[in-house]
Design a protein around this ligand. Structure first.
Ligand code: PMP
Length: 429
C-alpha cells in the first residue's frame, strides 16, 4: 500500500466520522471563500467544526471530544474555561463594556507586562500580533528615518508578514530584506550591505509558525552586538515565545531588544497584541509631548482583553507556573523523541518548553532549509492518525501545551505517538 492510498483511506474515514462538519462546511462555503476566514484552520478535505470547549478539551459538532494540543496556536495557554479568567470576564459583563474611556485594567495589564520583560519600559496595546508588528516596524522607520527591515527566512510576523514561503502577494509594502536564520556569516554580510538604510531587524527567538525552530542563543547575541554597535533597532517578536519563560526568551537568554511585540495568550483568550520597549522610543507616543506620534485603535483597551489578561498574568500564569510548564514541555518532548528514536522512525519533535512541532526528517533542523527533505505526506498521515486517537493537533504538526493539561493528557499523546510509529513503521523507517 502506498502512502498516498493510506492517506486517502484516512481521509475517507475522516469524512464518514464528521458528517455534520461536512454539512457546515458546505453552508459556510456559500458565504466565505472555501468556507474559510482564517487560512491556517482550513484542512482538506474539509475542516471539523467545533461546538464547545472545556479545560484542555474541544468537542466537535459531530460529537467527538479531543485533547486540545493545538491550543489555539499558543493563544490557548489558559485552556478554555479557567475559573479565574471566567470570574474576571463575568465582572466585566456585570460592569458594562464598550465604554470608550480609560479603564483601570489597562494600567494593570501594562504594569504586569513591564514588570516581567526588562526590555519593556513602556507598552501600547493593539488588537493582534500582526498589528503589533505593523506598529513596531512603522515606529522603527519613523524614529530611525531609515527604510529597510531585515527579517529571517522561515519567519512569520502576521498575515501580511509571512516569510516562510517564496513571496505572498499580500506582504505589506515595506522594504524587507530576508536573512538566513541561525547563519551568522550570511546574516552579517546582509546587515553590512544594508547598514546605511536599516530601520530595524526583527526576529522570532524561536520561529513558531516556521516549525518551532529555535534560534541558537549565540546567533541572537551576535545579532544584538551588531545592532547595538550600528545603532539599529532590534525587535524581538515574542508573540509566541513570551510564554516560554516568565520574561520570554529574551529573559531566559539575558538579551535586551529595543522593541518587543507580544500577542496570543496574554489577552487571556481575547483579541490581543502589544508593542513596547525602550523608553525613548515609546515616549514618542506621549500625547502630552509636542510633535507626538498618534497611535489609534478602537479596541486597543478592550475591556474583556484587559480584564482577562490582567487576571491571567497576576493570578494564574505566575513566573513559577511559567517555569513549571516549560519544564513539563521539555520532558514530554524528550519522551516523544525517545519513542521515535527507539523505533528508528524518521520523525522528530523540536521546539522549546511548551511549544513543539513534529517533523518527518531525522537530520538536525537549524533553519527552514533543513525541512526541505521532510516527508509531508507522512506528516499529513500523523494528523489524521492523531485525530482518530482523540488528539487535536495543528495540521502542520504543531503541538502546544496548556495549563489544564496533566500527566493523563501527556500519556494519551505519548501513547498515540507510539501507536502511530508502530502502525506506520514501514512508511517512516
Ligand atoms: N508573530 C508571531 C511570531 C506569530 O506567531 C503570530 C501569529 N501566529 C503573529 C505575529 C501574528 O499574530 P496575530 O495572529 O494575532 O495577528
Amino acid at each position: 500500500m502506498t502512502i498516498q492510498s493510506t492517506i486517502d483511506e484516512a481521509k475517507s474515514r475522516y469524512a464518514v466520522a464528521h458528517p455534520k462538519s461536512l454539512m457546515q462546511h458546505q453552508k459556510a462555503a456559500r458565504v466565505m471563500p472555501g468556507g474559510n476566514t482564517r487560512t491556517v484552520l482550513h484542512s482538506d478535505p474539509f475542516p471539523i467544526t467545533l461546538a464547545s470547549a472545556e479545560g484542555c478539551r474541544v468537542t466537535s459538532i459531530d460529537g467527538q471530544t479531543y485533547v486540545d494540543f493545538l491550543g489555539e496556536y499558543t493563544a490557548g495557554l489558559y485552556g478554555h474555561s479557567d475559573p479565574v479568567l471566567k470570574a474576571a470576564v463575568q465582572r466585566t459583563l456585570d460592569s458594562g463594556w464598550v465604554r470608550g474611556g480609560h479603564i483601570e485594567q489597562e494600567e494593570q495589564l501594562a504594569g504586569l507586562i513591564c514588570a516581567r520583560f526588562p526590555s519593556i519600559a513602556q507598552i501600547r496595546f493593539t488588537n493582534s500580533g500582526t498589528e503589533a508588528n505593523l506598529y513596531a516596524f512603522s515606529v522603527a522607520r519613523a524614529v530611525s528615518g531609515k527604510n529597510k527591515i531585515v527579517v529571517f527566512e522561515g519567519g512569520y510576523h502576521g498575515g501580511v508578514f509571512m516569510f516562510r514561503e517564496a513571496k505572498s502577494p499580500l506582504t505589506a509594502p515595506f522594504a524587507f530584506v530576508r536573512a538566513p536564520y541561525n547563519d551568522w556569516a550570511g546574516t552579517e554580510a546582509l546587515l553590512n550591505a544594508n547598514r546605511d538604510d536599516l530601520a530595524c531587524v526583527v526576529i522570532e527567538p524561536m520561529q513558531g509558525s516556521g516549525g518551532c525552530i529555535a534560534a541558537e542563543p549565540e546567533f541572537l547575541y551576535q545579532l544584538r552586538r551588531w545592532t547595538e554597535t550600528n545603532g539599529t533597532i532590534l525587535v524581538f517578536d515574542e508573540v509566541m515565545t513570551s510564554r516560554l519563560a516568565s520574561g520570554g526568551l529574551q529573559g531566559a537568554y539575558g538579551i535586551t531588544p529595543d522593541l518587543t511585540t507580544l500577542g496570543k495568550y496574554i489577552g487571556g483568550g481575547f483579541s490581543f497584541g502589544a508593542f513596547g520597549g525602550r523608553a525613548d522610543i515609546m515616549e514618542r507616543f506621549n500625547p502630552l509631548k509636542p510633535g507626538y506620534i498618534a497611535h489609534a485603535g478602537t479596541f486597543n483597551n478592550n475591556v474583556f482583553t484587559m480584564s482577562a489578561g490582567a487576571a491571567g498574568l497576576s493570578k494564574v500564569f505566575t513566573p513559577q507556573v511559567a517555569a513549571a510548564l516549560s519544564e513539563r514541555g521539555e520532558q514530554l518532548r524528550a519522551r516523544l523523541n525517545d519513542i521515535a528514536r527507539t523505533a528508528s522512525f524518521a520523525m522528530q519533535f523540536i521546539g522549546v518548553g511548551s511549544l513543539m512541532n513534529v517533523h518527518m526528517v531525522q537530520e538536525p533542523i537549524r533553519s527552514i532549509r533543513d525541512l526541505a527533505a521532510s516527508n509531508l505526506q507522512l506528516r499529513d498521515l500523523f494528523y489524521f492518525d492523531m485525530l482518530e486517537q482523540g488528539i487535536w493537533p495543528a495540521r502542520r504538526g504543531m503541538l502546544n501545551l496548556s495549563l489544564p493539561m496533566g500527566s493523563a493528557e501527556f500519556e494519551k499523546l505519548a501513547n498515540a505517538v507510539a501507536h502511530f510509529v508502530d502502525k506506520r513503521r514501514g512508511l517512516g523507517t
